[in-house]
Design a protein around this ligand. Structure first.
Ligand code: NAD
Length: 392
């Protein structure tokens, strides 16, 4: 089948198998070019391993550290009869598996709801069957709009709203390429607590407890979960909004999880990462416009990074290679340091007020944003012949 992009809002409902595979191979090549990461993990569990930061973590663990990996994700297979492609994360995982196995690394994939007890048990079984039988790295990189409580069966949905006052701000209609004003309404108490329940730290803690009880945490094991803070510009919708409340809950959970990990002479912490184009971030109001400006400024300064560069830097300069984590005063790792550099933020801020639909391509890297967005689904990748029939 010849696969074409079909974009609907902040989603592309098709994905190109060969483009996704090439993206994975490019990330593997980047990691290999940076050399082996010493004193590092040898057996990793990545929860949310099929796209974005989780996929990058799996690639760095495998091809930078030489680790066996168990990946957990929620992806859709292709359906040739109905001409429906698989989701991008499905194709990414297929290629990752092919490359990892060719490199002699153990690789197990669990496709299903990571919030459920069943999937946690399946991951534990896969770890027990792996050559080392335990994990020495646990990455928690889920981004999900809903969560079914594994004990009560109740479904919680996260919302992207403000806490307190509603807020009007500049945003981007990414379909039309127009700068618009959006009013983000304020959340009810229930919406806030449901968002915390969905994207907060409860599930990370449940994972660690389940792994601990099953005896599959190796001595010295590290667990890391990813979070975002960003600039004051996006505080009302992000850090001080419903999603920020969930992220604060995740950061608090890190302290409790760290206490469990210490019993294994290990540690747990949250890493604050940079704003990037991923399937999760493109759904947040204001953020796509901010990211478009940020990309322009960081590219001009020669300090732009994607998921793979961020995670390779975290692993090689903080987590491993005989280095130490450079914690901030809240006990978090900061790889958002380049994004938040004052010269970068001053430049973003000075452009922000001037941006309108007419100068969007001139004052921001919206072209780069769109290209990155399409690449998430395997489109516009160099070296791929899109006119060719592909197996979906
Ligand atoms: P993403 O959408 O690219 O990846 C999400 C992953 O979670 C995928 O592997 C998906 O399959 C998996 N997933 C979702 N629901 C699941 C479920 N119910 N069961 C199993 N797997 C499920 O997202 P991302 O942007 O890489 O985000 C990962 C983490 O990084 C999030 O915690 C996010 O807040 C954080 N983060 C993102 C950014 C950013 O700008 N994108 C910045 C800093 C931190």
């Amino acid at each position: 089948m010849i696969v074409q992009p079909k974009v609907k809002g902040f989603l592309c409902i098709t994905a190109h198998p060969e483009g996704c595979a090439q993206n994975v191979r490019n990330q593997i090549e980047y990691v290999k070019s940076k050399g082996e990461i010493k004193d590092s993990c040898k057996s990793a569990l990545i929860i949310g391993s099929s796209t974005g930061y989780g996929l990058a973590s799996r690639i760095v663990a495998a091809f930078g550290c030489g680790a066996d990996t168990v990946g957990v994700f929620f992806e859709r297979p292709g359906d040739a009869a109905r001409e429906r492609t698989a989701s991008a994360g499905w194709y990414n995982t297929l290629e990752f598996t092919k490359q990892a196995e060719a490199a002699g690394l153990y690789c197990a994939n669990i496709n299903g709801d990571a919030f459920s007890n069943d999937i946690k048990q399946k991951a534990i079984e896969a770890i027990k069957k792996s050559p080392k039988g335990k994990v020495d790295l646990i990455v928690y990189s889920l981004a999900s709009p809903r969560r079914t409580d594994p004990f009560s069966g109740e479904v919680y949905k996260s919302v992207l709203k403000t806490v307190g006052e509603s807020r009007s701000d500049k945003s981007l209609d990414t379909d039309k390429g127009e700068v618009v004003t959006v009013t983000v309404p304020s959340a009810t108490e229930k919406e806030i607590s449901d968002t915390v329940k969905t994207m907060g730290g409860e599930d990370w803690e449940l994972w660690i407890k389940a792994l601990d009880e099953a005896g599959v945490i190796a001595p010295g094991c590290t667990s890391v979960a990813y979070s975002y803070i960003g600039p004051k510009l996006t505080y009302p919708i992000y850090r001080d909004g419903t999603i920020g409340m969930a992220k604060k809950d995740l950061e608090q959970a890190a302290e409790r999880i760290d206490a469990i990990m210490k019993m294994h002479r290990g540690k747990a912490f949250v890493s604050i990462n940079k704003a990037l184009v991923t399937q999760a971030s493109s759904a947040i109001p204001v953020v796509p416009l901010y990211v478009s400006v940020l990309y322009k400024v960081m590219k001009e300064k020669g300090i732009h990074e994607g998921c793979i560069e961020q995670i390779q830097r975290l692993f090689s300069t903080q987590l491993y290679n005989g280095n130490f984590i450079d914690y901030d005063d809240m006990g978090r790792a900061r790889i958002d340091n380049l994004e938040l550099r004052s010269d970068v933020q001053d430049a973003v801020f000075s452009l922000w007020d001037k941006i309108n639909t007419g100068n969007l391509y001139e004052l921001t890297d919206f072209a780069g944003y769109k290209a990155e967005f399409m690449k998430l689904f395997g489109f516009g990748v160099d070296g791929v012949d899109y006119s060719k029939d592909v197996e979906i």
